[in-house]
Design a protein around this ligand. Structure first.
Ligand code: GLU
Length: 283
């Protein structure tokens, strides 16, 4: 359990490109927040179409070059499908199959609505068209969604929250049931052909790795509410959260993997030292 236990943090990149300055910062924050505990690495490679072995190798090389050290063996999500399947089965009482495609969702939302469509951490807030379908009707191309209202009812709660160490020390961030339904909605637990989703995999793995402090960018702030409700449904401990600032380019845009010029290894090839990288991200 979090609290008395040793602090354990993780850096959890996806091997879909070279690590950039934003990743360097995230990894350094995770390592700092672990101190004097344990810093772990987790390879988030559930999206087999986008992940590549050479990027995974590059992650190890770049982090080692930066001077980081982590516990071995390294967890890889592609090795964890059985654990996700078990968790999905445990969530069956609060889940349903959904066959809506993006166009269906957009059309359903546009009908009663004028102007901007409601969007949450995963894009459009699902309008619930397939809610009520039973898992026995699931087709091979369906996704599995969490029935959020049913989940809140089953838990007997009307709000969900977490403690964030970075934004407001010691302050609990809370979302009511209605805010969750309106702003996040019935999130996907298992994507088409994937057997899991980012949210489900992260929750299962943070618990398996006994992570006590989840450090991640502020862009994932709302996702943390999703993770807390999944932790409650799966009876897993809720870690502390530390949402850190994002590294932006000169135009103020958040760095993404496609900004290849900002890749750590390109700075390195240009003669930068690990200390230069640390300084560039404000360490
Ligand atoms: N894999 C996620 C990413 O690359 C971060 C993992 C997490 O903090 O949940 O942004």
């Amino acid at each position: 359990m979090a609290g008395s236990a040793v602090r354990r943090t993780r850096f959890a990149p996806s091997p879909t490109g070279l690590l950039h300055l934003g990743h360097a910062y995230a990894a350094l924050v995770a390592e700092r927040e672990a101190s004097p505990g344990q810093f772990l690495l987790r390879i988030e490679d559930i999206d087999r179409d986008r992940c590549r072995a050479e990027y995974e190798t590059a992650i190890h090389e770049d982090l080692a070059w930066l001077g980081l050290d982590w516990q071995r063996p390294v967890m890889r999500q592609s090795d964890r499908m059985a654990a996700y399947r078990d968790a999905l089965a445990r969530l069956a009482p609060y889940s349903y199959p959904c066959r809506c495609r993006r166009g269906d969702i957009r059309a359903a939302l546009s009908a009663p609505q004028e102007g901007a469509l409601p969007a949450g951490p995963d894009g459009l807030v699902y309008p619930g068209t397939c809610r009520g379908r039973s898992l026995s009707e699931a087709g091979p191309d369906d996704v599995i969604r969490l029935d959020v209202a049913r989940a809140f009812d089953a838990l007997g709660i009307d709000r969900i929250g977490f403690r964030d160490g970075a934004i407001m020390p010691g302050h609990d961030h809370v979302l009511t049931r209605d805010q969750f339904l309106d702003g996040i909605g019935d999130v996907i637990l298992s994507r088409r052909g994937m057997g899991t989703s980012y949210h489900l995999a992260v929750v299962v793995d943070d618990a398996a790795q006994r992570i006590t402090v989840v450090t991640r960018g502020k862009d994932l702030f709302d996702s943390s509410y999703i993770h807390v409700i999944l932790q409650k449904l799966l009876q897993l401990p809720t870690p502390l959260y530390h949402h850190h600032r994002l590294i932006r380019d000169d135009a103020g845009k958040r760095l993404a993997k496609r900004d290849d010029a900002r890749a750590i290894r390109h700075y390195r090839e240009d003669g930068a030292t690990p200390q230069d990288i640390r300084r560039m991200v404000g360490f």
